[in-house]
Design a protein around this ligand. Structure first.
Ligand code: CDP
Length: 209
């Protein structure tokens, strides 16, 4: 177990849908006793409010902790809505301060998303870019949704993942791409324990600097 840190220390974990960012980020936060923020949830909450008729910019500006606790945030519809509102500059701008404050909390923080290493925390001490082939990611997401009892087909999940990749990578505002100094972790051929062990090793190396 790593020693407890009191200084801010930011670990940015970016990558496309269902690459393993969430699992890796939670494991890093547990290993190093840091806070964890799944920034995708912010966009999912705005997307869900937009589906309910709220203006996306108003939704982002007025987002509350309660909005992040909705039960439907992990559904495919909300995922698509999230990536649609995520192209809007004012939506992204409204969410910056909260993310940056979280990133510098004492004791360290792991943030996972699309633009953490490039836009939100370009000075992050550790940057990881987690990826995997679209087919592998779609299969993982299919199993996840299926386990939750959602009625989805493999083909539909693959199409959704590709549509989101396309929107996230080709938007003007904060497009998904690895920061120049990010460490790439391709999890296509790795089981989750190995992927987590590699991520921990990257952080250990940088901390021992
Ligand atoms: O869990 P998964 O990787 O499928 O998605 P997510 O991280 O919950 O993100 C949902 C959507 O929010 C993404 O497809 C992006 O469009 C958007 N997002 C973003 O633009 N920037 C972030 N930092 C995080 C998410």
């Amino acid at each position: 177990m790593a020693g407890v840190m009191t200084e801010p220390f930011t670990i940015a974990v970016d990558g496309p849908a269902a690459a393993g960012k969430g699992t890796i980020s939670k494991a890093l936060a547990a290993q190093f006793d840091m806070g964890h923020l799944d920034t995708g949830l912010l966009y999912r909450a705005v997307g869900a409010l937009t589906l309910a008729g709220v203006d996306p910019i108003e939704a982002a500006r007025g987002l509350t902790a309660k909005d992040l606790e909705r039960g439907d945030l992990r559904t495919p519809n909300v995922a698509q809505a999230a990536s649609k509102v995520a192209v809007i500059a004012q939506v992204r701008a409204a969410l910056i301060d909260f993310q940056r404050a979280f990133a510098r909390r004492s004791g360290g923080a792991v943030l996972d998303g699309r633009d953490i290493g490039t836009v939100i925390c370009p000075q992050a001490e550790v940057k990881l870019y987690v990826t995997a082939s679209a087919e592998v990611r779609a299969q993982r997401r299919f199993l996840e949704l299926h386990d939750k009892g959602l009625d989805v087909s493999r083909r539909q999940v693959l199409e959704d993942v590709k549509a989101r990749d396309d929107r996230d990578m080709n938007r003007v505002e904060a497009p998904l791409r690895p920061a120049e100094d990010a460490v790439l972790l391709d999890t296509s051929e790795l089981d989750i324990n190995t992927a987590v062990a590699r991520a921990i090793a990257v952080v250990e190396n940088i901390r021992q600097g």
